[in-house]
Design a protein around this ligand. Structure first.
Ligand SMILES: Nc1ncnc2c1ncn2[C@@H]1O[C@H](COP(=O)(O)OP(=O)(O)OP(=O)(O)O)[C@@H](O)[C@H]1O
Ligand SMILES: [Mg+2]
Length: 261
């Protein structure tokens, strides 16, 4: 059986995450379809990063469910999966792009090794091929081939972020989790990176959950939009629909820029 596009790649049902006695995600439900980008917005502390960490197996889910449909078409209950399976998914079928490249790169090895080791995790062994493909991906992310042996610490913030993206996309993940991927960057660097991301998402047909506080980023990259407040989903719909005609008072405030998120 192979994965089909008429079934969600991710099904989230009543997901809850507690820290202490407080629910920081509470009753979150949505389906994500193959090739779809769901943007998640909301003010600081709304629970966006916590949701992303639950979905990507980085922190336990306390109640509810998240089901991931894997490449073989089998649904995996993320809350019930062990660490080994989750780590394997993170290395293979999923991509995790962190706001801070320090959390998503290995700073002790070269740029080429950062990209190549994802391929090796999938079983690639031929050094020449791995180096060639790593070089290709660096170029796709506009990092020149002669930087392949440099350490990430020699790169600018924008380059490090592009390297992190190359490292994640080289294995053609089916589902990518991104937390503020352009967050810490200068505006001009952000614009170019967003452009690159938009093309890659489209060309690779990626499904993604994208956390952002920037409604322009949500508009550019997202198909649907989930608005969160105090751990709850307050609105979910097509990006253009929610941004042009928000239905709930909170989403209306958010869109009218009265709220700084
Ligand atoms: N490890 C943790 N231990 C305790 N509380 C936490 C932990 N991580 C997050 N929280 C709390 O959970 C709530 C939601 O945090 P989260 O980081 O998910 O918000 P966010 O929407 O990503 O905010 P931001 O836009 O500032 O990144 C916050 O009140 C935060 O203090
Ligand atoms: Mg966050």
């Amino acid at each position: 059986m192979s994965a089909s596009s008429d079934e969600p790649i991710l099904r989230v049902e009543g997901l809850r995450k507690n820290y202490g006695s407080r629910a920081v995600c509470d009753g979150i439900s949505f389906d994500l379809w193959p090739g779809e980008v769901l943007a998640v917005v909301g003010e600081s502390g709304a629970g966006k990063t916590s949701l992303l960490k639950c979905l990507s197996g980085q922190t336990p889910i306390d109640a509810g469910h998240a089901f991931y449909r894997n490449a073989k078409g089998r649904e995996i209950d993320i809350a019930a999966s062990d660490e080994t399976l989750l780590k394997r998914l993170q290395r293979t079928e999923w991509g995790l792009i962190h706001q801070n490249p320090r959390d998503g790169l290995r700073f002790g090895v070269s740029a080429g090794a950062n990209v190549g080791e994802r391929l090796m995790a999938l079983g690639a062994r031929h050094y020449g091929n791995i180096r060639h493909e790593a070089g290709d991906w660096l170029q796709r992310l506009e990092i020149s081939g002669d930087r392949i042996d440099d350490l990430p610490s020699k790169f600018s913030g924008g380059m490090q972020q592009r390297l992190q993206i190359a490292r994640n996309l080289v294995t053609k993940p089916r589902l990518v989790f991104m937390d503020e991927p352009t967050g810490g960057l200068d505006v001009s660097v952000q614009a170019r990176l967003l452009d690159l991301l938009r093309v890659l998402v489209r060309d690779l047909g990626l499904a993604a959950v994208l956390v952002t506080h920037d409604l322009a980023v949500a508009r550019l990259l997202g198909d649907r939009l989930l608005v969160m407040k105090d751990g709850k989903a307050v609105e979910l719909g097509l990006v253009d629909q929610v941004l042009d005609d928000p239905q709930t008072p909170y989403a209306q405030l958010l869109v009218s820029s009265v709220l700084q998120i």
